[in-house]
Design a protein around this ligand. Structure first.
Ligand code: NAD
Length: 361
């Protein structure tokens, strides 16, 4: 949800009227009564969508967009790469703020929805892997014999990957991780994992590895070929692979080929956080993944859950609602008036539509 009773209370205390669609909190076990106690009015979808400011999780559907008021403000994960969705918002005459477009700066951290949700996804991916894996994660010495620690490979070490390393480590796994950005080596090691080293041989490779704005850039094929050799060696020995590699606005890179899946031991588990973001819209970092399905291919269980954060609904909502509340402080004055200051880099980056136009940067 885009608001929780905690954030409703704060909004009401600042003088706002908050309407919450009936049943909005059910998936996270928040009742309408809890919202009412916090000071919200419970309404139907039309009542919520006709507000001056609409706080959402995902971008409005066609039916929802038709109920928005021209001139209203819509804040949510509006997907700045969804051209049709942005066009829909522009046509509805609303000012849209896509929170995913916030810069990855210190000031934007408290409203960084990609981080708050990816952190949860990284955690849940390991929980699911541990559940599907038919062996222990930790090394155990028991009277009935010794159990080896699980070998976990993490591909892509952004926010989700780092949390996956931390979580797998807490469970006692042995971890190796790969990323195109060499700056993550230290972070991986500080969490007790091992960085899979791939050399940067040309100026082009070194330049691409720096990325842009903290994000990865597509790497030259020469580097990707060397990475694949190193990753393939680790994947063949791995019990669990968690893949999270993404490049903003592009298809997720293929990092786990079918041959690599074939090389894995029966009973191994892949959790592909990038599922549904591959070139075909179904696969992810592994072309055998299937969005929102768990499949068994060549004896390997491949989990393609696309909304892992939603499986930790209560904390995902609590963190997301705080992100939204912090962003609101940038566009609403203390007196409660709307103020869109395009000199503010966060506001300017997040604004995707205004006055009937797509304004996305
Ligand atoms: P993301 O979800 O866009 O991508 C996940 C990871 O995949 C990234 O680490 C990326 O480098 C990696 N990747 C891409 N192609 C790959 C390939 N071929 N092989 C292996 N790995 C590949 O990333 P994210 O989690 O959104 O994080 C992006 C950046 O933002 C990171 O540098 C992170 O540290 C930074 N960040 C900064 C702040 C802040 O300072 N406020 C907050 C959050 C994140």
């Amino acid at each position: 949800m885009a608001v929780t009773p905690e954030t409703v209370k704060k909004l009401v205390a600042s003088g706002h009227t908050v309407r919450v669609q009936a049943g909005a909190g059910i998936a996270a076990s928040v009742t309408d009564a809890a919202y009412q106690t916090a000071g919200a009015e419970i309404t139907d979808a039309a009542g919520a969508l006709s507000a001056d400011m609409v706080l959402k999780v995902r971008t409005p559907s066609d039916a929802e967009a038709a109920q928005l008021k021209a001139g209203a403000v819509v804040i949510g994960m509006l997907n700045p790469f969804d051209a049709a969705g942005l066009q829909r918002l522009a046509a509805a005459g609303v000012t849209g703020f896509a929170l995913e477009a916030a810069p990855r700066t210190t000031r934007a951290q408290s409203m960084d929805v990609l981080s708050s949700q990816a952190n949860i996804a990284g955690y849940k991916a390991v929980m699911i892997a541990a559940d599907r894996y038919q062996r222990f994660f930790p090394m155990l010495m028991t009277a009935a014999g010794t159990v080896k620690a699980a070998r976990v490979v993490i591909l892509g070490v952004g926010v989700a990957g780092l949390q996956a390393i931390a979580t797998a480590k807490r469970l006692g796994a042995v971890i190796e991780a790969s990323d195109v950005r060499p700056s993550v080596k230290e972070q991986i090691e500080s969490l007790g994992g091992k960085f899979i080293e791939v050399s940067y041989d040309t100026d082009e490779e070194k330049e691409a590895a720096v990325g842009v704005g903290g994000y990865a850039k597509p790497m030259p094929p020469s580097w990707l070929a060397r990475q694949q050799i190193e990753v393939a060696k680790r994947v063949a020995l791995a019990d669990v692979v968690i893949s999270t590699a993404l490049i903003p606005g592009r298809a997720a890179p293929t990092l786990i080929t079918e041959d690599m899946v074939k090389s894995m031991k029966p009973g191994s588990v892949i959790v592909d956080i990038a599922a549904g973001k591959g070139a075909d819209g179904i696969g992810g970092n592994c072309p055998l993944s299937e969005a929102d399905k768990t499949v068994v291919k060549h004896g390997v269980t491949i989990v393609g859950e696309t909304n892992l954060a939603a499986l930790v609904a209560a904390d995902a909502s609590a963190l997301y609602a705080r992100n939204v509340l912090d962003f609101l402080k940038l566009v609403v004055t203390k007196e409660g008036a709307l103020k869109i200051d395009l000199e503010d880099d966060i506001v300017a980056a997040c604004r995707v539509t205004q006055d009937g136009q797509v304004t996305r940067k």
